[in-house]
Design a protein around this ligand. Structure first.
Ligand SMILES: *Cc1c(COP(=O)(O)O)cnc(C)c1O
Length: 476
């Protein structure tokens, strides 16, 4: 038996055939060899959906993730290719007709836009309520500061993805409805804001996907934060490990990206890749496993999250296998989300009661190492709300709900109850249990919406925890 090679610091990625990234989009649907078995009608349906919803894949997804013998049910196909039932029957028929008639482009895009507007493009006041300001009043549209400890940052060069997920809740920005007005170019305003807010200890880069940026751009955003003593962790939300693991293995600047990760870790901070994995298939290829190994060798931690979506992962076995594989590969299961009320939600939504059942069946099969995962969780306007159980209290069947993050920090950890409802798919479908008129957080939410009142964050000075206070261990 050959002894395991423990001296190689970073698996070189040798043996992995490099690929050059190329986006495959709507205009390529006619010429993709893998689709050549489809009828003209089927292709037309796909083109109709791709006129309304974002579509982009790449060769890795097509050649290594999708099982073409199993389409259309194949989960990777469902996750990346347009499916006719994602549009309402009438909308689909109208769009198909325009394409079949070869109607003028302007007419096609006008119809597409009308359909998009019907699909709740901006759920839950996402952006309006959470835009922070500098102390001089300057609004910072490329940021969200909703929970006390964490600032979300949307770098403008990171507002696309290597492949679009068919269920994406940020779909509207990829079809050009948002004009990227929520993105920020300014590394400096991020730094200034965080400097002014000592209660913030975690910066979360998100998108789109920040990992579409090259190493030098990434470092321009990240490195200035390493000067701030109260920034304890940096997180990068990304689907690149699933959609383009070459980013960390054979891309030109893959090594530079890993060096940047190492610098963050060496600075004494926690660097977390918040990786989006929807299905265990995404963890099976050699290149993704090499990418994971290389990232872990920098000292970064990979935490995993994904929404529960019908037709893709609405099965307890899929989640068990997903979490088990994550553990084996040294990653940490983090969140299972409830799919948001936007876009093709009718196609993807899973009732909360069913979501709880799927989560719980999968959770029961995990050892404690996998029970770091929390869910099913709704990222809603008042906070992240967990469906913690279904119970009967004095004859009334109820959902036991719990805030895992609250717009008011004091809400975190608080339990509340809603009437059980087999069909409900989102928080705003639920009614308070036990005859109560409203949920405890509703008066505060009204206040926030009408007066744009900033959340009550208490005495900040109490929360200051500086890196230097911990005593920095030189460990790499
Ligand atoms: C989920 C989320 C965060 C991060 O929450 P954690 O529980 O710390 O992972 C921060 N801001 C917003 C707006 C979020 O939705």
């Amino acid at each position: 038996m050959t002894p395991p090679n423990i001296t190689t610091k970073r698996p070189s990625g040798r043996g992995i055939q490099p690929r050059k990234y190329r986006a495959i989009q709507r205009r390529d649907l006619d010429s993709l060899p893998q689709l050549s078995g489809l009828s003209t009608e089927e292709l037309l349906g796909m083109k109709a959906v791709a006129a309304v919803l974002p579509f982009r894949v790449n060769e890795y997804v097509i050649e290594e993730l999708i099982d073409w013998d199993a389409i259309p049910q194949d989960p990777m196909f469902q996750l990346s290719f347009p499916q006719p039932d994602m549009l309402a029957t009438d909308d689909l028929a109208a769009m198909r007709q325009l394409i079949a008639d070869d109607a003028p482009a302007a007419e096609q895009s006008a119809l597409a836009h009308a359909i998009q507007l019907k699909m709740n493009p901006h759920p839950a006041g996402q952006m309006e309520v959470n835009v922070p300001r500098l102390e001089d009043g300057t609004p910072l549209p490329g940021m969200q500061h909703k929970y006390r400890e964490t600032v979300l940052f949307f770098p403008s060069q990171g507002q696309t993805c290597h492949t679009y997920c068919s269920y994406c809740f940020r779909w509207a920005q990829f079809v050009g409805m948002d004009d990227l007005k929520f993105a920020s170019r300014e590394a400096d305003s991020l730094r200034r804001y965080v400097t002014q807010h000592s209660e913030v200890n975690s910066i979360l880069f998100t998108g789109g996907d920040p990992m579409v940026m090259n190493a030098s751009l990434l470092s321009r955003y990240i490195e200035p934060l390493l000067e701030l003593d109260h920034v304890l962790s940096v997180r990068i939300g990304t689907k690149s490990l699933a959609w383009w693991p070459y980013r960390f293995v054979t891309d030109n600047d893959a090594d530079d990206v890993l060096k940047l990760f190492e610098r963050v870790v060496k600075s004494g901070r926690h660097l977390a890749l918040m990786a989006h994995f929807s299905h265990p298939r995404e963890l099976e290829t050699r290149v993704v496993q090499t990418a994971i190994r290389r990232i872990r060798d920098t000292g970064a931690i990979i935490r995993c999250q994904a929404p529960l979506v019908r037709n893709i992962n609405d099965d307890p076995l899929v989640w068990t296998n997903l979490w088990k594989r994550q553990i084996v590969l040294g990653m940490v299961p983090y969140y299972m989300f409830v799919e948001r009320d936007t876009g093709p939600k009718n196609y993807f939504e899973v009732p909360l009661a069913r979501a709880y059942e799927i989560f719980n069946k999968a959770y029961r099969r995990m050892s404690g190492l996998g029970r770091t995962v929390r869910g099913p969780s709704m990222s809603a306007l008042p906070g992240k709300v967990l469906i913690d159980g279904i119970a009967e209290v004095r004859g009334e069947k109820v959902f036991v709900l719990k805030f895992i993050q609250g717009r008011e920090p004091s809400w975190a950890g608080r339990v509340f109850f809603a009437q059980f409802d087999e069909k409900a798919t989102w928080l705003d479908h639920l009614k308070p249990a036990f005859g109560e008129k409203e949920f405890f957080f509703e008066p505060a939410m009204r206040d926030i919406k009408t007066h744009h009142r900033a959340p009550a964050w208490g005495d900040r000075s109490k929360f200051v925890k500086r890196l230097s206070e911990f005593g920095h261990v030189e460990w790499m």
